[in-house]
Design a protein around this ligand. Structure first.
Ligand code: VGL
Ligand code: ZN
Length: 224
């Protein structure tokens, strides 16, 4: 990690906009409080980066992560999937529906790559790098490396799930990670460990412990 986390090196730094999709906006199928506020922030951030990618949560109908696929199960409860524990969600981001599109207010033409994830019916994928079985790669790490990227700046939704897991996996892949707090929002459910922290606070704690940096968008600048 360069000493100056706030200076963007356009040859080595990439912006990743995670799951900025209508279904995660207030009023959407799986609303993230304040989710719409990240759109203008991501749009401003795009001016600082030469390499930017976006992810789209992209599930088939009947996806294993949908509570509706488990008779009697409520959204936000947990089940044990063949690959381990899986939180169940309201149906969301169904392939080809308007709620699964990139948010129409995004400057999407600036994304060099758009990666869809969660498209296997029986495996969810929070992370942009590795699916929830914790072994199937999405290919994003290789793409970033092929562009010469060494550090990723994370924006989008939701801090406690797809942004957070993407950050942890980016660290595991050897990338530096900078989370831009005002460009992210969390869902905020009771944390899986049953502790006092909610899922957003718990994820931020993990990211910090593993070496992620947190730099607000207003502090980022060209150079470095
Ligand atoms: C997400 C829950 C289910 C996310 C996606 O984008 O954080 N969360 N699917
Ligand atoms: Zn999902």
């Amino acid at each position: 990690m360069p000493a100056d986390t706030a200076a963007i090196d356009t040859a080595r730094d990439a912006l990743i906009a995670v799951d900025v999709q209508p279904d995660f906006m207030p009023g959407g199928a799986l609303p993230v409080p304040g989710g719409d506020a990240v759109v203008p922030v991501v749009n401003r951030l795009l001016d600082l980066f030469a390499v930017a990618a976006a992810t789209q949560d992209w599930h088939p109908a009947g996806h294993l992560s949908f509570a509706s696929s488990h008779p009697g199960a409520a959204p936000f409860s947990r089940v044990v999937a063949p690959y381990g524990e899986q939180t169940l969600w309201p149906d969301h981001c169904i392939q080809g529906t308007p709620g699964a599109a990139l948010h129409p207010g995004l400057r999407a033409e600036r994304f060099a790559a758009v990666l869809r994830k969660g498209w296997r019916r029986d495996v969810d994928s929070y992370s942009a790098f590795t699916e929830n079985d914790r072994k199937t790669p999405t290919g994003l790490a290789g793409w970033l490396r092929d562009q010469g990227i060494r550090r990723v700046f994370l924006a989008g939704l939701a801090t406690d799930f797809c942004v957070g897991w993407s950050g942890l996996d980016a660290l595991d892949h050897g990338f530096g990670v900078v989370l831009v707090p005002d460009a992210c929002r969390g869902i905020g459910i009771p944390a899986a460990d049953g502790g006092a922290r909610d899922s957003t606070a718990e994820m931020l704690r993990k990211l910090e412990a593993r070496g992620a940096a947190f730099v607000p968008s207003g502090d980022l600048r060209p150079g470095g």
